[in-house]
Design a protein around this ligand. Sequence first.
Ligand code: AMP
Length: 535
Amino acid sequence: MDGLMMDFQLTLPTLLRRAETYFGEQEVVTRLPDKSFHRYTYSDMARRAKQLAVALGELGLERGDRVATLSWNHYQHLEAYFGIPCGGFVLHTLNLRLHPDDIGYIASHAGDRALIVDASLAPLVEQFRGRTQIEHVFVVEDSYEELLASSNSDDWREPELDENEAAAMCYTSGTTGMPKGVVYSHRSTILHTLGVAAANPLGVGISERDVILPVVPMFHANAWGYPYIAAMIGAKQVFPGPYLDPESLLDDFVQEGVTWTAGVPTIWLGILQLLDAHPGKWDLSHMKGMLVGGSAAPRAMIAGFQERHDLVVCHGWGMTETSPVASMAALPGELANADDDTKFDYIAMQGFPLALVELRARDESGHEIPHDGETMGELEVRGPWVASAYYESPDEAGRWTDDGWFKTGDIVSFDPHGHIQIKDRSKDVIKSGGEWISSVELENALMAHPAVAEAAVIAIPDEKWQERPLAAVVLKDGAAATAEELREFLAPQFAKWWLPDRFEFVGEIPKTAVGKFRKTALREQFAQQPAVTTT
Ligand code: AMP
């Protein structure tokens, strides 16, 4: 017997209509390149998004054609997030931090026909456009405005989209091999939006009363869904434009009354240092906290925000292939009343899968690992917002299991409650004498040392043990520590054979285009020298 419910398609025009109808007066605020603020409402946004949809159609673009963006987080990018898919086209966010050759490869592989670009980034386009099929370029603050002015929002007709049509695409950072395209459908986007909004992490869920500032870029992994989430729940959104330095962000938090924000740990480490250095300078009493993910949130940072600044850090895990949010910290049952130290231990893990997402992990012989907090295996994921293939990359089919799970490449253990703990990327894990050492755990422990600003641990070849850990450490300004002191600091927390043999003190840790430690660069720098010298 079939259910007798409507076959209602889950498509983005539904969200656009909702934001316009019920939250039309709610504000969208952007920090502009000249540092002043632009303000308008969801009603203005919806009108301009429709104008964009109409104008793209009048250019001759057809259903399913890719329209790329190369932009910081701002209101015009929000218009593209809605206008492009609501016109039946596919929003392709290009990562402005990549090398122009890579951007060119990605834009060409995706078959982009049009591009919306910030004026400040327009010179970059000249370096790759020749290799692509891009026919139209619109510059924000300039020809983009002419494009909108050429059309009327009243001419927008909902294109009767099927929920399985593509809404957006994003290429993975491609730390191994060529970048690979993930194609989100309207359905997966709506369900991800609902799934993240439904999570009430650590009791600090979000609603129409919140003011959300996504630091996480709209050019990578959909700003973790926040542009859509905020529009769906009717929250005010604030965009930082190109100003992602700790001082500007803290100013934005205060001035706009931001209650919830999101980004990678490097951003928050910088903010925490500044807050600690200038107690009382920024009044964040209205703020609840932040979602932190993209790489492991150090426990010391989670504790620092809570204990010294009364801010909740909710730790999440995800990938471009999972839209991206797939799990979030959770403190169920008796853990809700545990002491702070125990809570921080749990928040430092990567939590439980969001509703509708399922996780499992298997060891090298293919057996599912037990929930014992120790055994490690490769994490696999499935769910309605998890990719089922990469765009035109048949060689990558091996990333999916025969029974339809996506192999994440992350090495994890599960604690007895089911919390995931990410130990490493499979390519970063250190294998010493046949046993795995988690670089992430060593890094987090080192970053709890008062003199350490950042630490990255890598494997370097070793004749006897195959690989041994090396720690690259950035000290805080004016602080001092020796390799011996750091090793002694780690010693009580780890087995002796886990302790790094070598410490290198560096001015900074090289980062990837999305702010993660670029361990390949560190390996190139240090792997040649023998593993056993102590600096
Ligand atoms: P990307 O597709 O560029 O967003 O990268 C996804 C990868 O980032 C994951 O496979 C993980 O290796 C890593 N990652 C994301 N969130 C976390 C987290 N909370 N802790 C540790 N690693 C993370």
